[in-house]
Design a protein around this ligand. Structure first.
Ligand SMILES: NC(=O)c1ccc[n+]([C@@H]2O[C@H](COP(=O)([O-])OP(=O)(O)OC[C@H]3O[C@@H](n4cnc5c(N)ncnc54)[C@H](O)[C@@H]3O)[C@@H](O)[C@H]2O)c1
Length: 338
């Protein structure tokens, strides 16, 4: 049997900027399972770029991101650095007509993310954020259940997330607990419950948040975020209630139990030890890269990408509303960008 040619496989020419911890552990390992040609690999630290290119078949190595974009002219760009560079490089790529996938957060502020959304709109190209909860099977099932007629409409959602310590250094987004860590449950909340109406937050310090929310649907919710937990056992729980007797439990992002009036209706309980599960899939890391590649192949239109930049703008507006409410002691409605 003859091997499939690159043309037959419809290989996507991808470039990556940022070869640090996350991309090396969670993004590059996705490529061998996808129809991807890695045409450029870039990091300010060229040794890191060289190492990842060697391990994953990268065709060219760069320390200058713009030079790589201009020389390789990729079909798509992956950026994994930090919020400021995500926004800056996304705009550079979009101005060149190149679709972009950035890690979270897509920008340091909602206004800067909105500027990226405008650039994507102007270019007519996708910009998506790696908000992995939107791609994790348990979370997607929970959203489908919440939206199903038998759930009767969301009434109450409660999320508890905890990590180990964050430094919360002024002006350093990567060290800010609420932005760097909590942006995931903030985005998860909107993914599950829909648009926000109002938020009231109490936060005696930047590592401890008690948040009450009302959604546009009229449902209510509470979020407890703390970085006074442990990195060896980060906590990730959600309890979600429907109209009468329906309850969904989400644990550690990947486990789901849905029951109604005591009857078990649905579960997502992967068994990794028996090859029944794949942690890269269950955590959403693989499906989000897969979605980007499918889009670049023309198989998945922008509207079917759940974490497109317009949605990420809302998550950053939610994050800013939490901060504003904690600072003012008053309920805050999130900024709207249209
Ligand atoms: N989705 C998740 O669960 C998750 C988990 C961890 C981190 N992240 C996010 O991933 C991003 C990266 O985190 P990390 O832990 O890998 O950071 P890191 O510091 O380990 O890696 C960042 C890399 O970017 C490179 N870099 C910086 N500026 C550059 C430039 N101008 N051009 C090219 N390369 C440049 C650095 O040399 C470094 O190698 C952050 O935004 C973080 O919030 C996401």
């Amino acid at each position: 049997m003859s091997a499939v040619t690159p043309e037959e496989e419809n290989l996507v020419r991808l470039a990556v900027i940022g070869c640090g911890s996350l991309s090396t552990k969670r993004i590059f390992p996705c490529f061998p399972r996808l129809p991807v040609r890695l045409v450029g690999v870039c990091d300010l630290d060229e040794a890191k770029a060289r190492q990842n290119a060697r391990r994953h078949g990268g065709e060219a190595v760069y320390s200058d991101a713009l030079k790589m974009l201009d020389e390789t002219k990729p079909d798509g760009l992956v950026v994994c650095i930090g919020p400021e560079m995500h926004a800056k490089l996304a705009k550079e790529a979009l101005a060149r007509g190149i679709p972009v996938y950035t890690e979270k957060p897509p920008a340091p502020t909602a206004t800067e993310a909105w500027a990226v959304a405008q650039a994507a709109r102007k270019a007519g190209k996708l910009c998506m954020t790696a908000f992995k909860y939107r791609y994790a099977p348990a979370q997607a099932k929970a959203r489908a259940i919440i939206q199903s007629p038998e759930f009767g409409g969301l009434s109450n959602l409660s999320i508890v997330r905890a990590s180990g310590p964050y430094k919360n250094l002024p002006g350093n987004a990567r060290t800010e607990f609420l932005l760097d860590f909590c942006i995931h449950p903030i985005d998860q909340t909107l993914f599950l419950a829909g648009d926000l109406d109002e938020v009231f937050a109490v936060a005696p310090t930047m590592d401890n948040y008690a948040i009450s929310v009302r959604f546009a649907s009229g449902a209510v919710g509470s979020l407890a975020f703390s970085c006074r937990g442990s990195w060896s056992q980060p906590l990730d729980r959600a309890e979600i209630f429907g109209a009468a007797g329906q309850q969904i439990q989400l644990v550690d992002q990947i486990f789901l139990r849905y029951h109604a009036d005591g009857v078990n209706k649905q579960t997502n309980e992967p068994r990794f030890c028996t090859a029944g599960g794949d942690s890269l899939v269950e955590t959403g890391f693989f499906p989000e890269v897969e979605a980007f590649v499918a889009h670049l192949q023309g198989k998945r239109p922008v509207e079917q990408i759940p974490s497109r930049i317009e949605e990420s703008v809302k998550s950053l507006a939610f994050y800013e509303a939490i901060k504003a409410s904690a600072a003012s002691g008053k309920p805050v409605k999130p900024a709207r960008f249209e």
